[in-house]
Design a protein around this ligand. Structure first.
Ligand SMILES: *Cc1c(COP(=O)(O)O)cnc(C)c1O
Length: 404
């Protein structure tokens, strides 16, 4: 197991506490894949409980006794025939990450990230967050008995997420700035060794998140989808999931790879802009704005990995409006009984748009990842709904309304 720069290739020991290479680029965790191949089998996985730790051999843990877990992962992969019919698709699935312990896929990253902090005997962890990262880190650090510091950007933070971070006992600090500024500040604290940084720049977190890819293979009985569609903010998740698929291929579990398709909000779409130009770099956006606060990010740190995932997989990147997001959020709830937060609905909104654009073929087998639970952002849901009808306690009026 080593940490390696994705750009210059410099290698670092696994216990070095660094977040980027000396050359300034991103790191990734790599393994001895021949060794993994000998140790694992499809049947072997099935003997273990489904979840992140089913795939232990692919995870950066030296001492399994140090694992900090809340039983994350093992989220449902719903076959969505109602929605597929509505959209004229053959085979559509939703991987609902809102079913994780704190309600988002961030738990997969945090179980591994906080375990790493545990192995390194670090007592203070921290992050900058639009909400879900802080909710998750606060929970896992509570479970591990560690101190947690979270920096929230100014402006609207989804209420459910804020409640979680505060309730799990994190020190919550809201700054008068955007997410990218909050991240810069927390990176400085990490450089001064004041805390262990658990934003998605930390490659160990992405190791946990790649298990979404593993589970999709596992739950589809190793019959891969043609395409995976997900929302993109800081772009860690799309990078992680792509890495997971590649590692399953490298170790002989699967033969093909799906097209990675990233969706951003119109008000925060630097990766989409880069993709449309065929560029490998982004132009950061100064004032990202969208109802989907989890992807309200103008300068995604993981863009090099994400663009590589999209280009190498022959995938796509597209943006959707806040209105399209809200419509998709409602449609998914009403057709399938799945309530997700706005950012998650971007995957469905993106799917709808890509069908219209004839990028997605109606015969494709598609998995949309819904990244976070609808209860995270009750304000957004209530604003998008009609108010309850208020009546007197009168059976006649009630009957009239029901027969409507
Ligand atoms: C964090 C998050 C995202 C964005 O993931 P990235 O890895 O930053 O691209 C999307 N949706 C939800 C609900 C999230 O919490």
């Amino acid at each position: 197991m080593i940490q390696k720069c994705i750009s210059c290739g410099k290698e670092y020991p696994i216990d070095d506490i660094i977040y980027t290479c000396q050359c300034g680029n991103l790191l990734e965790v790599l393994y001895d894949y021949e060794d993994i191949r000998e140790k694992i089998s499809k049947e072997g996985f099935r003997k273990r409980e489904i979840g992140v730790w089913r795939y232990l051999e692919y995870l950066p843990v030296e001492n399994p006794k140090k694992i900090v877990s809340l039983y994350e992962g093992g989220t449902p992969l719903y076959r969505c025939d109602n929605l597929a019919k509505e959209l004229g698709l053959k085979e559509l699935y939703v991987k609902n990450e809102g079913a994780n312990p704190t309600g988002s896929f961030k738990d997969r990253g945090m179980t591994v990230g906080v375990t790493r902090a545990n192995e390194l005997n670090i007592e203070v962890v921290g992050c900058a967050s639009t909400g879900n990262t802080s909710a998750s880190l606060a929970a896992y650090s509570a479970r591990a008995g560690k101190k947690c510091i979270v920096l929230l950007p100014g402006g609207n933070v989804a209420l459910g997420k804020l409640a979680q971070a505060m309730f799990y006992g994190a020190k919550v600090i809201q700054i008068e700035g955007n997410f990218d500024e909050a991240l810069e500040m927390v990176i400085k604290l990490a450089e001064d060794k004041k805390l262990y940084l658990l934003n998605s720049i930390n490659p160990f977190r992405l190791e946990g998140q790649k298990t979404i890819g593993f589970e999709i293979c596992d739950q589809l009985d190793w019959q891969l989808p043609d395409r995976v569609i997900l929302p993109v903010g800081n772009a860690g998740n799309i990078s992680a999931i792509w890495k997971g698929f590649k590692e399953f291929k490298e170790t002989g579990i699967i033969e093909d790879l799906p097209k990675m398709t990233g969706i951003q909000a119109e008000g925060a779409k630097p990766i989409v802009e880069a993709f449309k130009k065929g560029s490998k770099t982004i132009v950061p956006e100064e004032n990202p704005e969208t109802i989907a606060t989890a992807i309200r990010i103008g300068n995604p740190v993981n863009y090099p990995k994400a663009l590589d995932a999209i280009y190498s997989s022959k995938g796509f990147a597209e943006s959707v409006s806040d209105r399209e997001i809200t419509e998709a959020q409602k449609l998914l709830a009403r057709k399938e009984g799945i309530f997700v937060e706005p950012a998650s609905a971007a995957s469905i909104a993106g799917l709808i748009k890509l069908i219209d654009m004839e990028i997605v073929d109606r015969d494709e087998k598609i998995v949309c990842i819904t990244t976070g639970n609808g209860l995270k952002d009750p304000d957004a849901a209530i604003r998008a709904s009609e108010r309850p009808i208020e009546i007197e306690c009168d059976m006649d009026i009630l009957q009239n309304i029901i027969e409507g």
